[in-house]
Design a protein. Structure first.
Length: 714
């Protein structure tokens, strides 16, 4: 029996209204899943609708399972038989019954991501290209875009106009298309495309399925794309009952085809559409909601609503300005440690960011403090392919070990295949030398020009390492190797951002350890990558805002709130449409927080932006009544190095902190362990650590060091 007493007035309207076309605008945390499942239960229990006449489309298998379980809890056996599934699962059931009309067998194959990569591997071999120059994900996106635009492989080849990279992609598309047909296989995009095509070509099949579904429900309607919407409208042809639930303010997947105009303009397609707005939030406090409301109110492509909560005002949103990315990460982790001491579990805290590369500094500080963390929907920074590639290039300069050599000798592509590497490896094993020494000494007879050029490049870097700063050396490696050009040609923006973030990392390392070598930097990084393999239990959550959709946490930190980073410079280039997408992302990020919301940014120079950072508009757009600004921005000054307005803390007025340390003091460093102070000058300490670290120069104010306490002496 449905307990209507559990519903607020608007939820009750959304459950019981009999209008044929209902649009439920469900704000963040407003109980949309409860409303949708109770609506289905209401149709069965109160209206006598047979479960098998009810269709509910979700966008994840997890959501489908949750909905089924809730309905079963409410109705027991009476609810059995509802069609509740993702749109892809629904299409598979339709096609498994009627795909014969398209001359495909009913037992057609559906290829998964691994199958797709295997087909691309075959295609790359036939075309003669390398996956490092043509990443699988990029090519699969190219194929999917062509399919959705109804562009055949033949047409795609016409549209290349002879441009080499596009020609190669079109050839792969052609191979991929032919291979799927040979296998009588469909990929996930085909499931929807084949279903809509089947319905267009065979109206009798469309009528059969449309008659089956008397009531159609769609969850997360703001995320549907044009082809999915076309399919939904096809299925609603006969009975014409459509019930959709979504929130235009949470449309953040337009890059995957989602179109916010579909939910915003639904009444243009269904003239009698009735809209019910769910605006009571059960998740967050009013200060968080009001702050988020004041930001999203600046968007125009939306349905107006104001979320409110009965959870009380709670703490104000906290905004912190930091001097650097390292200081920002230290602030965030220090707050996490403090909150953990106050009783919050690590798993109830999350650090959200606009782009994956922004996790780097936070990861490092979490590892230094031995705090477990988990990354949703992505790899840890130092495990990302492009980061490992560049670190391997740097290892060629210092050690030229075989693992680094194998990883980068053909990245970018230099025409070096597995057989060649096997031959070099055999000679290296016989001679007892490294693979790099084999080609350096000219012991492998083939590919001489390629290997001689590679050796000249590495030896040049080794010579330049003696005089160049580490960040300049890395810039040289990126340019000479062709790695930067490879990423730019493929428009691999996210991978380029990760490489530029590594530049920031090396620059900061050079500041913190001015006399350290490249080898010492690589040793330090190995400490982070070794720690990354530890098991996680109660762990802090790190994820992009896109990955955080649908999640909620007691405490949320949104980092990197600088113009050009968040909002993203790339998305803002799309004009008002892009800016509104970014603002919706901010709204989603802020409304993930139940109790505490922290917004942080730093005002240092960014290699990713190639400029100084300016505070994000998504901070200034928050009504001052709902936010506390911990620090105001310091005064900018002109940088002679970058010729930019750089904003940093004015250290001329700071008293050097080396006066708290004396020669002979024992200090503890988070990575190097115990050391003895042997000298100090202008705020920089000279500290002798045990082997293999040796003497390091470290800022006395750096958070990685502290004096050893009396009680720590045995």
């Amino acid at each position: 029996m449905i307990k209507y007493s559990d519903l607020n007035e608007r939820q009750k309207m959304a459950v019981t209204d009999d209008s044929p076309h209902l649009r439920i605008i469900a704000g963040a945390g407003s109980g949309k899943t409860r409303v949708l499942t109770m609506r289905i239960a209401y149709l069965i229990e109160q209206k006598g609708v047979k479960p098998y006449h009810i269709l509910a489309i979700t966008f994840t298998n997890k959501a489908a399972r949750e909905m089924k379980n809730r309905i079963n809890d409410m109705l027991k056996d009476e609810g059995t038989g509802c069609w509740i599934s993702t749109i892809h699962s629904l299409c598979m059931r339709i096609l498994s019954e009627d795909i014969g009309a398209l001359n495909y067998p009913k037992n057609f194959t559906v290829v998964d991501a691994d199958d797709q990569r295997q087909i691309l591997k075959e295609a790359y071999k036939e075309v003669g290209i390398d996956k490092k120059e043509y990443p699988y994900g990029t090519v699969l996106d190219y194929i999917a875009d062509n399919k959705y635009m109804n562009v055949s492989p033949e047409k795609a080849m016409e549209f290349t106009y002879g441009e080499t990279r596009l020609v190669n992609k079109a050839k792969v598309y052609d191979y991929y298309d032919r291979r799927l047909k040979q296998l009588y296989a469909l990929d996930f995009d085909d499931l929807i495309l084949f279903t809509t095509r089947l319905f267009r070509l065979y109206p009798n099949i469309l009528e059969k399925w449309s008659r089956k579904f008397h009531y159609i429900h769609v969850d997360e309607f703001q995320d549907v794309d044009k082809e999915q919407y076309f399919l939904i409208r096809q299925l609603a042809t006969v009975h014409d009952n459509l019930y959709v639930v979504g929130d235009p303010d949470q449309t953040i997947f337009t890059w995957r085809g989602a179109d916010v105009n579909i939910i915003v303009n639904m009444e243009k397609d269904f003239k009698d559409t009735k809209t019910i707005i769910l605006n009571q939030n059960y998740r967050s406090t009013n200060n968080i909601l009001s702050g988020a409301n004041s930001v999203i109110r600046n968007n125009k492509a939306r349905v107006d609503k104001e979320l409110f909560s009965r959870n009380g005002d709670g703490s104000k949103i906290i905004h912190k300005t930091c001097a650097s990315e390292t200081a920002e990460a230290n602030y965030v982790v220090n707050q996490i440690i403090k909150l953990h001491g106050d009783g919050y579990n690590y798993k109830d805290m999350a650090v959200l960011y606009r782009a994956n590369y922004l996790s780097r500094e936070v990861e490092k500080v979490l590892i230094e403090n031995r705090i477990n963390y988990v990354i949703y929907g992505g790899l840890r920074f130092y495990e990302r392919m492009e980061v490992k590639d560049i670190l391997s290039y740097l290892r060629m300069i210092t050690r030229a070990d075989d693992l680094a050599f194998i990883r980068i000798i053909n990245s970018p592509r230099r025409g070096i295949g597995p057989k060649t590497l096997d031959g070099i490896q055999s000679i290296a094993n016989e001679q007892g030398i490294s693979m790099y020494d084999v080609i350096k000494r000219g012991l492998y007879p083939k590919n001489r020009d390629v290997f001689d050029g590679f050796v000249r490049m590495v030896e040049k870097w080794r010579e330049d390492m003696k005089t160049l700063d580490l960040e300049i050396l890395l810039q040289e490696v990126l340019d000479d190797s062709g790695y930067r050009t490879m990423l730019e040609k493929e428009n691999e923006t996210e991978r380029l951002e990760n490489v530029k973030s590594l530049l920031d990392d090396i620059k900061q390392y050079s500041v913190d350890y001015p006399d350290s070598s490249l080898d010492e930097y690589l040793q330090m990084i190995s400490l982070y990558t070794d720690r990354a393999s530890e098991d996680v239990g109660d762990a802090v959550n790190l994820c992009t805002i896109h990955s955080a959709k649908g999640l909620e946490f007691d405490v949320v930190f949104v980092v990197g709130l600088s113009e050009g980073i968040f909002p993203s410079e790339r998305t803002m280039a799309e004009g008002q449409k892009g800016l509104e997408e970014e603002r919706r992302l901010a709204y989603v990020a802020y409304t993930r927080a139940r109790k505490l919301l922290y917004l942080t940014e730093s005002n240092s120079f960014s290699f990713v932006l190639q400029s100084a950072k300016l505070q994000s508009r998504f901070i200034s757009e928050i009504d001052s009544r709902y936010i506390d600004h911990v620090d105001e921005r310091p005064t900018p000054f002109r940088s002679a190095i970058f010729d930019e307005d750089i904003v940093i803390q004015d250290r001329r007025k700071e008293k050097p902190k080396d006066d708290q340390y004396r020669n002979g003091d024992t200090v503890i460093h988070k990575i190097y362990g115990e050391g003895i102070v042997i000298g100090s000058e202008n705020g920089v300490l000279q500290i002798a650590f045990s082997h293999p670290h040796g003497v390091k120069k470290i800022l006395a104010s750096h958070p990685s060091i502290r004096k050893k306490k009396k009680e720590e002496y045995s």
